[in-house]
Design a protein around this ligand. Sequence first.
Ligand SMILES: [Zn+2]
Ligand SMILES: [Zn+2]
Ligand SMILES: [Zn+2]
Length: 154
Amino acid sequence: MQTELEIFREFIRSKGLRQTPEREIILAEICRKREHFDVDELFLRLRGQDKKISKASIYRTLPLLVECGLIREVNFVDGHWHYEQIYGQPHHCHLRCLSCGAMVEFEEPRLAAVEAELSRKHGYQIIKHVLEVQGYCPHCHQKSSARDEEAKHV
Ligand SMILES: [Zn+2]
Ligand SMILES: [Zn+2]
Ligand SMILES: [Zn+2]
């Protein structure tokens, strides 16, 4: 299996772009700590390590990393995209709390059967699916039921 860096360098070459150390530092940080992130979080992580990377270069680099399949857009929340590293990782879907934003990652093998069924029925060659299930986590759910209870007793 090729490393992330090899894939990225090949991709940059194939696009006729110039290889820059900034882009590689950004990629290395994303691979070092595999978790969901947005531009601001990544910027702060890099700054915490005294890496002088501008937000502008993060904004420019992330679409390239998406395009070559190393990361993916997870969701558009609070007015901006959130990402995660996916290369070499098993596929997963997300369960997201609409109140606090907490996310649970899960795998659902039955979705493979849904894909196969869709392929058969509509003649599509299936590449992927994107699924986000939304609701309220136990903590937020409890808080809001407590609020409802209080309202009843006023
Ligand atoms: Zn899935
Ligand atoms: Zn919550
Ligand atoms: Zn995830």
